[in-house]
Design a protein around this ligand. Structure first.
Ligand SMILES: Cc1cc2nc3c(=O)[nH]c(=O)nc-3n(C[C@H](O)[C@H](O)[C@H](O)COP(=O)(O)OP(=O)(O)OC[C@H]3O[C@@H](n4cnc5c(N)ncnc54)[C@H](O)[C@@H]3O)c2cc1C
Length: 412
């Protein structure tokens, strides 16, 4: 093939024999109808082979964005390949907002939704929970529309690209709002255990950053909406940072979103990094595990027990929360979750050693991995069999199944 595509991190070279860049839904339908094996590529921000294929790869980046706001219905509908940053700017300009965002605005809506991508907030579901409808070009090229409330809708949202090409996504919107962001430093480790629920609930969206190395948690980022309680000068012994901070304390905070309690539009505070900043690729790998929020304190101790295997590969960990949902393959299905995220150095050997140690240490808490990051094994999901039946109906010939899907959904 003439074109060798890589993912954002550069650790995966896609094996696709052919890459298609359709400019219309009709072209997507023609490509799918004419191919035996096909996968979809969003913006390629996943760290594993989830999007890979040795046959045909369809990039949705070239579909016209076609952002349509339905003010009466409280929704926006967009082409699947639209990036959150572009959508957020348009929504904000029209007076609207999404309920949450991930840490990076450069990721496509359909790709993020397909893996259950999330931000943080004890009352906030992952980004897929905002999906009110999906239009999918299924196995034989037909266009299938599913809306929230349809019997199989909950199976078709976090779908790992295994049902077809999501050409349009409809998302819930709300009136635009302001967020102010405060960063606290050096949270005493013992306070995290003693006050976990209060700390996780200290704002609309809360993230903790730690290297798991000592008696303190490095930073707590608290993002508040106007109606939240005012920011206290101290947070359970953590002190307000005197200046702007990067999650990795030694790095320049230049590209981070505004801190210090300065209110600003939702989309300029919920991500940690500014939209104008395009992070260079290939400098990190990532893993993330979700356990029940009620098991968070025990899970922190479990990570610390394998600290010696984790820290050699680690740049920084982020701890976030996600409200439970009903989406069949969502890592947050049926349980309020805490996310234990690891930004690794780009050394796969070290990372896999750490991942093995983490999966064993967290096993008592039934961890579910982030579908788009580096992991070894995923558990069976409660609605996994229903998903397999849905996939068999939408894609009877298994055109959209790849090795990743076979491996991780084979037991369903
Ligand atoms: C720097 C960085 C920061 C990140 N931050 C976060 C974060 O804050 N929170 C979090 O949860 N995750 C985060 N992630 C992970 C990321 O959100 C997921 O990997 C996400 O799936 C990537 O979206 P994508 O468009 O790049 O999808 P891809 O990696 O291109 O594809 C992922 C999956 O989605 C499928 N897919 C993509 N588009 C379509 C479509 N149109 N129709 C059907 N299936 C489709 C693919 O087939 C594949 O199975 C981060 C990743 C990076 C690199």
């Amino acid at each position: 093939m003439g074109e060798r595509l890589r993912n954002w991190a550069g650790n995966i070279e896609f094996n696709a024999a052919r890459v298609h860049r359709p400019g219309s839904v009709e072209q997507v339908q023609e490509i799918v109808a004419a191919t035996e094996k096909v996968r979809v590529l969003g913006t390629g921000h996943s760290f594993n082979t989830i999007a890979d294929t040795d046959a045909d790869l369809v990039s949705v980046a070239g579909l016209p964005a076609d952002i349509r706001i339905d003010a009466d219905g409280g929704t926006v509908s967009v082409a699947g390949g639209v990036r959150y940053g572009e959508l957020a700017r348009k929504l904000d300009a029209e007076g609207y907002a999404l309920h949450n965002l991930g840490s990076l605005p450069h990721i496509s809506v359909a790709g993020a939704v397909a893996t259950g991508t999330h931000g943080s907030g004890v009352r906030l579901g992952n980004l897929a929970t905002a999906v009110a409808g999906v239009d999918i070009v299924a196995g034989s090229g037909e266009l299938v529309s599913l809306r929230r409330g349809d019997p199989e809708f909950d199976g078709a949202v976090v779908a790992l690209g295994a049902l077809g090409v999501v050409v349009r996504v409809t998302l819930d919107i709300q009136p635009r709002y302001q967020i102010s962001q405060h960063v606290y430093e050096r949270l005493p480790r013992a306070q995290l255990d003693a006050h976990w629920d209060e700390i996780a609930s200290a704002g609309y969206s809360v993230s903790l950053f730690t290297g798991w190395h000592g008696d303190t948690v490095d930073q707590v980022w608290v993002k508040r909406r106007d109606e939240d309680a005012p920011a206290p000068p101290e947070l359970f012994g953590a002190v307000a940072a005197p200046g702007k901070r990067h999650p990795i304390a030694v790095m320049s905070p230049e590209h981070c979103t505004e801190q210090g309690g300065v209110p600003g539009p939702w989309h300029e505070r919920l991500p940690h990094f500014k939209l104008e900043f395009t992070p260079s690729s290939g400098e990190e790998l990532q893993s993330e595990y979700f356990v029940a929020r009620a098991d968070a304190v025990a899970a922190f101790a479990a990570v610390e027990r394998v600290r010696d295997l984790v820290t050699p590969a680690l740049q920084i960990s982020e701890i976030r929360t996600i409200a439970e949902d009903a989406l069949w393959l969502s890592p947050h299905f049926g349980r309020d979750s805490v996310a234990l995220h690891f930004t690794w150095v780009p050394n796969l050997d070290l990372v896999l050693r750490a991942v093995d140690a983490l999966e064993e240490a967290l096993a008592p808490y039934a961890p579910r991995p982030h579908w788009g990051k580096v992991f070894r094994s995923a558990p069976a999901y409660p609605r996994g069999r229903d998903f397999a039946a849905l996939a068999a109906r939408m894609d009877p010939a298994g055109a959209f199944r790849n090795a990743f899907v076979e491996r991780h959904l084979a037991a369903e």
